[in-house]
Design a protein around this ligand. Structure first.
Ligand code: GRF
Length: 189
């Protein structure tokens, strides 16, 4: 049994997709959601899906070992970041080497790094006149968006696309590919 924990700061649509994808699979279980944001959509999704959801503040996350201890006590094998905005502290990276996976809504190394999240990414893509964008699923290290790339998928960006339209195309890719890529990672663990 592979036990997953999902971190999210926002709506949590990817977290929900992953949870429902694995719901009928016996070898994988989504055990918990974790969030820094008490008004994030992920909280309501956790309630509806029956997934225990843990809230934490910046100090607890960055300056203590509490979250690492919690994940270890729950025997979590794989940590998924699905729209989680804070930098992962070194103690967490070290406790889960190559076991923390992030999704980024662009084709890294382009449009990554601090401040490049959500609509900022899609605005920058449109502003630069890119003809394609996409998703990157990668391992997490101590720097934003720099760990080894596992998977990328592309979509076209039309010259008339707004950032919102690019966001919709990218999110559609995320919902299809993220659960499947996680399943493949688990198969190779
Ligand atoms: C996704 O686009 C993800 O790539 C980005 O944040 C968004 C999260 O969306 N890092 P949701 O909360 O899963 O709906």
């Amino acid at each position: 049994m592979t036990r997953i924990a999902i971190f999210a700061s926002g709506s949590g649509s990817n977290a929900e997709r992953i949870t429902t994808y694995f719901a009928d699979k016996e070898s994988v279980s989504v055990e918990m959601f974790l969030s820094n944001n008490p008004i994030a959509g992920i909280i309501e999704r956790g309630r509806r899906l029956g997934i225990p959801t843990v809230l934490f503040d910046k100090k607890t996350f960055s300056k203590t070992n509490k979250i690492v201890n919690l994940l270890q006590n729950q025997q979590i094998d794989l940590v998924i970041l699905a729209g989680f905005l804070w930098l992962i502290p070194e103690n967490l990276v070290r406790a889960f080497p190559n076991k923390i996976i992030n999704i980024h809504p662009a084709l890294l190394p382009k449009y990554g790094g601090k401040g490049m999240w959500g609509h900022f990414v899609h605005e920058a893509v449109v502003e630069a006149g890119e003809i394609e964008s996409g998703i990157t699923i990668h391992f997490v290290n101590e720097n934003y968006d720099e760990g080894k790339v596992i998977f990328q998928a592309k979509c076209e960006v039309d010259s008339t696309d707004t950032p919102d339209e690019v966001a919709r195309k990218v999110q559609a890719l995320e919902h299809v590919h993220f659960p499947e890529v996680i399943e493949k990672i688990i198969a190779n663990m």
